[in-house]
Design a protein around this ligand. Structure first.
Ligand code: ZN
Length: 401
């Protein structure tokens, strides 16, 4: 299986020429024959129809790339639906962007609005399936105090049903983030169920909270997937890199039971949300700000708690990202936890300051992936920004190498 994501929402979409968009698709297919086209969620009608017809003539599956818990351009979340942090404020999206501003999966109005929206899309009969993106809580990596949620009234009520006192959890997080030792322990607990320096009651409380978050995401995603299955839709899910899923409320084990396949965003060289260097840098900088630990000490701490090979310096993390060995560790984790085929997201986009993958890196990463017996690869994350030479490279290294 090879999936390709195409035309995520952007102001320029309105100005694109259907002929140019189709040409890129055809040329991409000639470079690298893929099985699934995951088409953007907010395309002008004409462009969407042009891509659907092109996919049909190429004989590839046509799935909607759909952000579930953020805006899709038509579903417009209300501010009062946003995830609430332990500090009590709304968790703001990355750079305040709507596409990264998350709503709470436990809010009844959110559930109703999203179920309505997805049902309407299924009824339109355009798609053969859905690739669900943004199925998580906001990432707490850069600041657990302000970004770890949710503490809204609906979460309080749901947690109560499972015997979890969110008021106590909130108090504990506020207390932990006041001390150096507490910040370290909390970060460790976000990354691992076992390796944390928190005392036993605090460890159990954070653990119960993270379990509750995973359950909240799985419950709602399962409901949506049930609906999609009724409509005979194929389902793929977009998930964080396996070592970081728990931190954002994703449980690969339960999610993979309701989907046809799972894609993991184990992006080794991406300085943007979900990218491993970006998320790990967030954690690194958070601990550098809140504790007296050195860069080397924090990197050792993260390396140990995640059991993941990491660069030796901050600069190396930013400039080079992670190694193919790190990718194999992450894929092993993913394969051990998934009950559905696992697809590896490989970043091939050229986006200044976010992703500029080097040919040698791409080749090394693909060799690492090939050795792992995964279900396929997910060309990420938007063909529109991927030079065709990189797809040639993938064909040579992955299909023919
Ligand atoms: Zn909530």
């Amino acid at each position: 299986m090879i999936t390709v994501q195409y035309l995520e929402d952007a102001p320029e979409l309105k100005t694109l020429d259907a002929g140019v968009v189709k040409k890129k698709l055809r040329e991409a297919y000639q470079c690298l024959p893929f099985s699934h086209l995951l088409i953007g969620w907010n395309l002008p009608r004409g462009l969407l129809e042009a891509c659907r017809i092109e996919a049909e003539s190429l004989g590839i599956r046509f799935l909607r790339w759909h952000p579930l818990l953020t805006s899709d351009g038509t579903f417009e979340p209300r501010p009062e639906w946003q995830v609430i942090s332990a500090g009590g404020g709304k968790v703001m999206g990355f750079r305040n962007m709507p596409e990264f501003t998350f709503v709470c999966p436990n809010h009844p109005q959110v559930q109703e609005a999203i179920v309505d929206r997805v049902s309407e899309l299924v009824r339109e009969g355009i798609y053969q399936g859905f690739f669900l993106d943004r199925i998580r809580f906001p990432s707490p990596s850069a600041d657990p105090f302000n970004h770890l949620g949710c503490f809204c009234e609906h979460c309080f009520r749901k947690a109560d049903r499972f015997g979890l006192d969110l008021m106590e959890v909130r108090r504990k997080i506020l207390q932990l983030t006041q001390t150096e030792q507490g910040c370290v322990g909390l970060v460790q607990a976000l990354l691992s169920e076992k390796q944390t320096s928190l005392d036993e009651p605090a460890r159990q409380m954070v653990r119960a909270f993270l379990d509750f978050r995973q359950r909240s995401v799985t419950d709602f995603v399962s409901r949506v997937c049930g609906l999609l299955k009724q409509g005979n839709m194929e389902i793929g899910l977009d998930c964080f890199s396996p070592g970081l899923t728990r931190m954002v409320g994703q449980d690969l084990n339960s999610l993979s039971r309701v989907a046809d396949w799972i894609k993991v965003m184990s992006y080794l060289h991406t300085m943007g949300p979900a990218g491993l260097p970006f998320e790990l840098l967030g954690i690194l900088d958070y601990l550098l700000t809140t504790t007296r630990l050195s860069v080397a000490q924090v990197l050792t701490l993260i390396r140990n708690v995640l059991d993941l090979p990491l660069p030796e310096s901050r600069q190396e993390l930013v400039a080079l990202g992670l190694s193919s060995q790190a990718l194999q560790v992450e894929l092993r984790r993913g394969l051990d936890n998934c009950h559905a085929p696992l697809l590896v997201g490989i970043e091939l986009v050229e986006l200044d300051g976010v992703a500029n993958p080097h040919p040698e890196q791409i080749k090394a990463d693909l060799a690492g992936i090939k050795a792992m017996n995964v279900g396929g690869i997910a060309i990420s994350w938007d063909l529109w920004h991927i030079p065709l030479t990189r797809l040639e490279l993938v064909r040579q290294a992955y299909l023919e190498g």
